[in-house]
Design a protein around this ligand. Structure first.
Ligand code: FES
Ligand SMILES: [Fe+2]
Length: 384
């Protein structure tokens, strides 16, 4: 690794990542350059697995969820026989977007709002008004087009790439980790979904969530989080296409403004697992819920941050868990989003260019080795 001048913005969009400890960070233009963003779209997001929701959202025939991936849109439906399918969310007549709500439930058909072509929940075209006099028209030729779907650890994923490796192969070992920390993985239901627009590159949001360096150095809410865990033993572990960051429990007496005495919870650790590129499942300390945290790119400097909260079915959501959800939405989330947006602004500065990772084996809980790992996966995906 040669020397680098941190004041000199890189002339080219290449990155020598051979020395994480002494070398430079991913160059700043990777966080705003439209050409890089276009490459990420084609080489990462058109090929990866996208989280749609939990299988329990599809337990009843007619349930559907729409997942947009850039200009593409996929609708996942439950058929009469209970099978879950994914379709390109477009009518085969003249290309109208079929379903326009994020989720819902239909009777027996997906109906196009334009000329009322109706599709069965298994994708077949059931009715196409006034087509009976057309020559060479057969409904069989106009079924919805299928999208690849897999269920992994109880969660429904789709990919637009017919050749993507199975998600279970890509995330070998991840399900075991999830089952270790999330005992109700198969038994949860969605209680809340919140979308927030963040004026930052999707990677800026990801970076922030996968390092503990800023926990006790940034805002007051972060310090509260650090106090809820045994921060000295916060452990961030990289696997190939997935990673975990786990804070063991500490002797807390209250959390999220609520006393812990008499409270109930399933998970006392701060457990997080990230799947490349943009899916995170987590559980806050002393809660009975699974959170999902998805960074959906909308533009080079604009992302949709989607927070999902899933709680065990048939059990009342404990007060401490409700407080944790509120705390994430109103306190921790905004404190991080503010950092995401100021970070995004700074990346444009002529006084930056490339930075330096804090990677220190003697401070593993505060080290940025996962940030490096994630940057490397992104860089390799688009440039190699
Ligand atoms: S575009 Fe859907 S029915 Fe015409
Ligand atoms: Fe943070």
């Amino acid at each position: 690794m040669g020397k680098f001048d941190p004041l000199q913005p890189p002339a080219s969009l290449t990155w020598d990542y051979s020395d994480p400890v002494n070398g430079p960070t991913l160059p700043a233009p990777f966080f705003y350059d439209p050409q890089i963003f276009a490459e990420e779209k084609e080489r990462i997001f058109m090929r990866c697995w996208h989280l749609v929701g939990h299988v329990n959202e599809f337990s009843e025939p007619g349930s559907y969820v729409v997942q947009d991936i850039f200009e593409q849109s996929v609708v996942v439906t439950t058929a009469k026989d209970g099978n879950i399918h994914a379709w390109h969310n477009v009518c085969r007549h003249r290309g109208n977007r079929l379903m326009n709500e994020r989720r819902g439930k239909v009777g027996g058909v997906l109906r196009c709002p334009y000329h009322s072509w109706c599709y069965n929940l298994d994708g077949g075209l059931r009715a196409a008004p006034r087509t009976e006099h057309l020559d060479n028209f057969s409904k069989e030729d106009h079924s919805l087009r299928k999208v690849r779907l897999e269920i992994f650890a109880g969660w429904v994923f789709v990919t637009l790439d017919p050749n993507a490796p199975p998600i279970s192969e890509m995330c070998d070992g991840a399900e075991e980790k999830m089952r270790e920390y999330l005992p109700d993985l198969d038994n949860v239901e969605l209680v809340e979904e919140t979308d927030v627009i963040v004026n930052a590159n999707w990677k800026v949001i990801q970076e922030n969530s996968i390092e503990g360096y800023h926990f006790d150095l940034s805002g007051p809410v972060h310090k509260d989080l650090a106090a809820l865990i045994d921060f000295q033993n916060y452990t961030l572990t990289a696997h190939d296409d997935w990673w975990t960051y786990i804070g063991p429990p500490t002797e807390a007496t209250e959390a999220y403004g609520k006393p812990l005495e008499g409270a109930t919870w399933q998970t006392d650790s701060f457990f997080n697992i990230g799947l490349f590129p943009n899916t995170t499942f987590y559980s806050f300390p002393y809660t009975d819920m699974i959170g999902t945290f998805i960074m959906i790119p909308l533009g080079p400097e604009k992302s949709l941050l989607r927070f999902g909260y899933y709680a065990p079915k048939g059990r009342e959501v404990p007060e401490v868990t409700k407080a944790a959800i509120e705390w994430m939405n109103k306190e921790l989330g905004p404190e991080d989003i503010e950092l995401n947006e100021t970070n995004q602004k700074g990346l444009h500065s002529m006084g930056f260019g490339q930075g330096r990772y804090l990677i220190d084996e003697s401070r593993p809980n505060q080290s940025e080795h996962l940030v490096y790992h994630f940057h490397k996966l992104c860089y390799q995906a688009i440039k190699e």
